[in-house]
Design a protein around this ligand. Structure first.
Ligand code: DGL
Length: 267
């Protein structure tokens, strides 16, 4: 059976999730929507993120997708439950897969979470982790500047190391042994985050974890295509595509050939 996955994000960041999905599930068709006109979601309220996510989902459903992946951590935190109540299509967000893996890895039961202001304020990761293991202590920190640094390509700059050090200092002091990178952009900064945290801290990449979980879900539903055929990849955005293509290729790790702009307010 051929399956079509719809992925949405506030913009470019979700391409880190798409990259892992393309790697793990090369046979599936993917429709990606980046809400570049209304980016960023990180500083927005839950009500607003729910409304935006609702429209994004309606757009993806208009493309006849069978499964929705909410790649954006902020949208997963604020809107996934809301979307599940509104739509019957199966959906997956980034929070649970990341939380599950962190619970499996931590030995000293001290887990850190870094993300946008919205993701951290929602306490979604703490709740998901403590639902699985009440004895785990979760220490969270919003790191909003990291999104801009990743998009600017400031990966190996001194300034980036200083900012990462400043943000992560409190988590180093808390002696966490596991850190969840709870934002689409942070996989690009994995190297500097790993250097600052030290080799004893396990980094959990939420983009990788949701791709693994999606593969498990599809296998359980027996819908993983067996053919050697490559899936098709279509990209849509809500504003002019130039920046999305230029920065997005770095996030995706491959060329983005065709991007179509759509009017998201119609959905
Ligand atoms: N995609 C967002 C997230 O993962 C980061 C960028 C934004 O603030 O929209 O939370």
């Amino acid at each position: 059976m051929k399956i079509k996955i719809g992925i949405f994000d506030s913009g470019i960041g979700g391409l880190t999730v798409a990259a892992r999905i393309f790697e793990l599930l090369p046979q599936v068709d993917v429709v990606y929507f980046g809400d570049t006109a209304r980016y960023p979601y990180g500083p927005r309220s839950s009500k607003v993120v729910q409304k935006l996510s609702y429209q994004n989902t309606r757009f993806l459903l208009s493309k006849k997708v069978d499964f929705i992946v909410v790649a954006c951590n902020t949208a997963s935190a604020f809107a996934l439950d809301h979307l599940k109540r509104k739509f019957n299509t199966p959906m997956l967000g980034v929070i649970e897969p990341g939380a599950k893996t962190a619970v499996r890895y931590t030995k000293n039961k001290r887990v850190g979470v870094i993300g946008t202001v919205g993701t951290i304020a929602s306490k979604s990761y703490s709740k998901a982790i403590r639902k699985l293991d009440k004895n785990i202590r979760v220490f969270s920190r919003a790191c909003p500047l990291l999104v801009a640094l990743a998009e600017e390509g400031y990966i190996n700059k001194k300034a980036t190391t200083m900012i990462v050090q400043e943000y992560l200092k409190p988590l180093v002091r808390k002696r966490i042994d596991t850190l969840i990178l709870a934002c689409t952009h942070y996989p690009l900064l994995k190297g500097v985050i790993a250097r600052v945290m030290g080799s004893k801290v396990k980094l959990i990449d939420s983009a990788e974890e949701i791709a693994f979980e999606l593969k498990r879900c599809l296998r359980a539903k027996r819908v993983t295509a067996r053919s050697n055929e490559r899936g098709t990849h279509a990209f849509f955005v809500s504003d002019v595509p130039e920046k999305f293509v230029q920065v997005g290729e770095r996030f995706l790790g491959r060329k983005i050939r065709r991007v179509q702009r759509i009017e998201i307010d119609r959905y």
